[in-house]
Design a protein around this ligand. Sequence first.
Ligand code: GLC
Length: 546
Amino acid sequence: MTANPSWWQSAIVYQIYPWSFQDSNGDGIGDIPGIISRLDYLNDGTLNSLGIDTIWLSPIYPSPMEDFGYDVADYCNVDPRFGTLDDFDRLIHEARRRGIKIIMDLVLNHTSDQHPWFQHARASRSAPERAWYYWADGKGFGRRPSNWNARFGGSSWTWDASSRQYYLHSFLPGQPDLNWSNQDLQAKMFDVVRFWLNRGVQGFRLDAINWLGKDVRWPDNPVRFGWRGYTRQIHRYDRDQPLAHEVMRKLRSVVSSYRDVVLIGEASADTVGGPAAFYGNGSDELHTVFDFRLLKSLWRADRFRDVISAAERAVPSGGWPSIVLSNHDQSRHIDRYGNGGNAGQRARAAAVLLFALRGTPFLYYGEEIGMRNGRLRYRDLRDPYTKRFWPFRIGRDPARTPMQWDGSPLSGFTTGQPWLPVSGDALTVNVEEESKNPLSILSLYRHLIRLRKETPALRQGAYTALESSNRHCLAFVRTGEGSAASGRDILVAVNFDSHASNCSLAGPERTGRLRLSTQLPIVDRQPWSSNRFVLQPDEAIIVSLA
Ligand code: GLC
């Protein structure tokens, strides 16, 4: 067991994509007053609400919205589409009243090209801000400084005609990369961190951190086989440089003068040493780091078992895992794992894993009601990345459609024209309908959250994989402490097959009481035994061991 866990180790984090959660003024775009009006849904202190206790807010900063907020034009304000700083303060206050903490998204690698820093930088080569970004001359005859390709397509270099040099951008041309070796930039950005901490936020989700720092001799990246420019390179020089770790250590020391702040890292899955490299020595970089291997895995017991063990091994002592199955950059996991007919059952089993694995669970808005990827036409698309690779990749817009609150034509999200279409299934897949149904996926999420909160072994217990005679069955124990009812070991078993499986476990018989099955009405505490049990297709169970 993890002794004296920090709040964020026991937290249940809900990611809100501000564009899509709740519109309050009829402009078709979600906003902060909208979020406030839905806080009771997230946690009203009773068993009727979802029960989450932390919100991660995707960017709300002023932005031209080329990358929907991940292109920041002012780090210390709120985009008028979403409201005002006063609205934000009210959000902090109203959330706190309900026991909910707010985590901000912080984009460190780049700003928008509309940010005054970049405007100054490009206006004059002698402006102090010039050195806050990366500039380079071409190699002659129109050749760019290096062969580097941007994550969202095209070269990473864009020619700036007014100052007659190229600038670097790892994502869109409208997202120039910041030069973190510059001390003034560092100081400025750490002021931003303090600005939000002083307003009462409790931590940051740090965007794309493995991109901080470049090899400024601009060597060409080695090439390899891949399906598009970006994946046809080994990113040896444009990412994953030691500077990123230096910055994380400084950031950790900045936040350590505040009480109980959490730093959550997003790094690419193929970062050298894995994203877990950003734990540093376990106490000098980030508190927790996303590991996207589960998210990228096929729905197969052996794959999940391997990824879970690898993730367990990767986190150094002092570090803490995060469990994430969906977010705003990926196809929703109900569709990713589901692959057709049994999507609903798999999403239920996945929910058990989300709350029963060791680590802080991150829910993406709408997954708790089984929201699917929106079926969008090309003309509905908004995200440049989604458009660029359409229809070869599903892209990101389908996972960003408006939250489905009720069965009305605009699903209760807006009274205006929604920025992305409301999904066709909103008539039945919505909060209002599912709240009435004890067998809905929403009821399952509520139950799982409650169970996790009242069960120390689920929150803090160690993870031990168990052997099953059946290759479709994944089973593990979370080890509790003591003999108090709430401190018992918890066994979890999941059948990844779309047929019923005899999942009996090897070794001595274990007995206990069934606390939850994804396929039964919630029948608490039925007797259960480990050497003769069958799981239905894609069924998952949670058992309190005797
Ligand atoms: C991160 C964000 C993604 C964004 C990118 C560039 O991966 O999650 O939405 O487009 O960084 O900021």
